[in-house]
Design a protein around this ligand. Structure first.
Ligand SMILES: Cc1cc2nc3c(=O)[nH]c(=O)nc-3n(C[C@H](O)[C@H](O)[C@H](O)COP(=O)(O)O)c2cc1C
Length: 224
C-alpha cells in the first residue's frame, strides 16, 4: 500500500481483536522507530503485550477494547517536542496502516503509570498510539470546510501540489477532531500554524506530515 492510500484509509480504531502482532510487523515498526529516533533525537518506543495500560477508568470510558500494543511517544522536554512527536508519530501510524494494522492516537484514555514506559532523565511521555488488528477499519471523520482551514493571499493562483497537500492535511487525525490549524499560501510558500487548543501542537506535526506527503517534499519540507 502506498503512503497516500494509507493516509486515505487510516481512521481511529479503538476496538481490536485478540491477536498478537506478527514478528515481521514488530520488526518493521522497530526498524522505522530506530530511524525516526536517529533523525529526531526522540525516544519513541514500541510496547507489546501490555494489556494493563488501557485497563483503567479512562481506557474503559474511552471504549478502548483489547489494546495490548502501543507506540509510546517520548522525548526530552523542548519547545518543539509536541510538534516533533506528532510528525514522527503520524509517520509511524501510516507505516502501521501499510502493515495491515489499525491505530488511534491517545492523549488521555490510558494509564501512564501502568504503561511501563522507561523514561531517561528530562524525558516526557506525552501520548501513545494504540495499535493492533482492528475489529473494524473505522470511519472517516467529519472535517471543517476547506475555507476555514486555508488562507490564501488575494489574487494568488494556487498550484496543484498545494491542493493535494490540503486534501491530505484534512484527513489528519487531531485531538477531539478539533482541526485547530491554518494552512497559508503567499504565492510561493506554504506554511502551517497551530491555533490554541488541547494537544494542538501535536496535531500540527501530524498535519504537517500529511501535507508534506501530498505536496511533495520539494514543495514543502518539514525541518526541526
Ligand atoms: C493528539 C491526539 C490525541 C488524541 N487523544 C485521544 C484520546 O485520549 N482518546 C480517544 O479516544 N481518542 C483520542 N484521539 C483520537 C481523535 O479523537 C481522532 O483522531 C479524531 O476524532 C479524528 O478521527 P480519525 O482519527 O478517525 O480521523 C486523539 C488524537 C490526537 C491526534
Amino acid at each position: 500500500m502506498e503512503i497516500v492510500q494509507a493516509i486515505e484509509s487510516r481512521h481511529s480504531v479503538r476496538q481490536y481483536i485478540d491477536r498478537n502482532l506478527e514478528e515481521n510487523v514488530i520488526k518493521a515498526l522497530e526498524s522505522e522507530i530506530v530511524k525516526c529516533n536517529k533523525e529526531s533525537g526522540l525516544n519513541i518506543q514500541l510496547v507489546t503485550d501490555n494489556a494493563e495500560a488501557f485497563d483503567c477508568f479512562f481506557g474503559h470510558y474511552g471504549k478502548f477494547e483489547n489494546v495490548k500494543n502501543f507506540i509510546a511517544l517520548v522525548g526530552k522536554k523542548s519547545k518543539d517536542l509536541d510538534e516533533k512527536l506528532g510528525y514522527y508519530g503520524e509517520r509511524l501510524a501510516i507505516l502501521a496502516q501499510i502493515l495491515g494494522l489499525n491505530t488511534c492516537f491517545v492523549g488521555l484514555s490510558y494509564s501512564k503509570k501502568k504503561s511501563n514506559v522507561k523514561l531517561e532523565k528530562g524525558e516526557k511521555l506525552r501520548l501513545v498510539i494504540a495499535l493492533g488488528y482492528g475489529q473494524s477499519s473505522g470511519v472517516k471523520h467529519k472535517s471543517k470546510a476547506k475555507e476555514r482551514l486555508v488562507k490564501i493571499k488575494k489574487g494568488v493562483a494556487v498550484p496543484e501540489w498545494f491542493e493535494r497537500g490540503i486534501e491530505l492535511a484534512m484527513l489528519a487525525p487531531t485531538a477531539l477532531n478539533q482541526q485547530k490549524f491554518v494552512i497559508t499560501f503567499d504565492g510561493k510558500k506554504a506554511d502551517i500554524h497551530a491555533k490554541k487548543g488541547f494537544y494542538s501542537k501535536v496535531d500540527l506535526g501530524i498535519v504537517k506530515y500529511n501535507f508534506e506527503v501530498g505536496a511533495g517534499s520539494k514543495n514543502f519540507k518539514v525541518k526541526f
